[in-house]
Design a binder for this molecule. Structure first.
Ligand SMILES: NC(=O)c1ccc[n+]([C@@H]2O[C@H](COP(=O)([O-])OP(=O)(O)OC[C@H]3O[C@@H](n4cnc5c(N)ncnc54)[C@H](O)[C@@H]3O)[C@@H](O)[C@H]2O)c1
Length: 277
């Protein structure tokens, strides 16, 4: 229980990574506020963790909804130590050439609104409380914040933009608030696509992601969503992570260290070291 007496506020906490983060922070002893557009998910979380999780069903794209949810969290738990802007949608790797002319404005705006602007709005809403608590912000980024082909140009640009947001806010909010990011890789969640490209009901769970990642990741498998949560606990722990601000942790199974000819360089290590039984 590293985070006893801490309060964490998470956007997109009703599903996928956000939901795993809610569960993990509760296990770590924290109290958790959530903003998510899924009312059913919010109700489930509140009834599973009475007095430990409270939420507001609302749209992370609106400053007013961010403010309402932040206020509910502070009214219930008295403060916010860590903010995690986590909502996001994916573009299903749609290349520029395949985005119809009449959809490009709308799809760019939709992805940037949800993936980038909502993060700024969450910080704006929580800022007085974060400064008061000398707290921190942890953005959910993606391998697409560093490398191509984890999305199309809209998603990749939005996640690169978030890295800029981390750096700028780490500067602007210093010395009171630390601002960092975690860049997870692929995981089996319910990640949706843009409505403007007709992908609002498409879920990443419809893709055989686990099989696809097995051969391309140096760690040799797709991590379970819960395995990503430890990085957030690290950054939220103001004792252990006190020097960290403006940092983004690559937490993607090793995408940046894949070899040219095979993803994994050490397959025969046990044999060479005579470690096999
Ligand atoms: N799934 C992956 O492979 C993967 C990989 C790298 C990064 N990510 C990032 O992880 C984050 C979480 O995504 P996930 O994979 O857990 O997806 P998810 O769809 O399972 O969870 C996202 C949550 O955000 C909520 N949400 C979306 N738009 C919202 C809005 N406008 N207002 C309020 N709530 C909204 C959804 O209701 C949902 O509960 C995203 O930022 C995503 O880009 C995902």
């Amino acid at each position: 229980m590293n985070l006893k007496d801490q309060v964490v506020f998470i956007t997109g906490g009703a599903s996928g990574l956000g939901r795993a983060l809610v569960e993990r922070f509760v296990t770590e002893g924290a109290k958790v506020g959530v903003l998510d557009r899924c009312e059913k998910g919010i109700q489930e979380l509140e009834s599973m963790h009475p007095g430990r999780v409270i939420g507001v069903a609302g749209d992370a794209r609106l400053l007013a909804d961010n403010k309402t949810a932040v206020q509910r969290c502070v009214d219930s738990f008295g403060k916010i130590n860590t903010l995690i802007p986590n909502v996001g949608i994916w573009d299903y790797n749609t290349p520029l050439v395949d985005i119809p002319d009449e959809r490009i404005d709308e799809s760019f705006d939709e992805i940037f609104h949800i993936n980038v602007k909502s993060g700024l709005l969450a910080v704006k809403a929580a800022l007085p409380y974060l400064v008061s608590s000398r707290g921190g912000v942890i953005f959910t980024i993606s391998n697409a914040g560093f490398y191509p082909n984890g999305g199309g140009p809209l998603y990749t640009a939005s996640k690169h933009a978030l890295i800029g947001v981390v750096k700028e806010l780490a500067y602007e909010l210093a010395p009171y608030v630390r601002v960092n990011g975690v860049a997870p890789g692929g995981m089996a969640t319910d990640l949706r696509g843009p409505q403007s490209l007709g992908m609002g009901d498409r879920s990443i769970s419809s893709i055989p992601l686990s099989e696809l990642l097995e051969s391309v990741l140096p760690i040799g498998r797709m991590p379970d969503v819960r395995e990503y949560t430890g990085a957030y606990v690290f950054f939220a722990n103001h004792g252990d992570a006190a020097p960290a601000t403006g940092a983004v942790l690559n937490y993607d199974g090793g995408m940046g260290v894949r070899g040219l000819f095979s993803a994994v360089g050490g397959k025969d290590l046990e044999e060479k070291l005579k470690l096999q039984k």
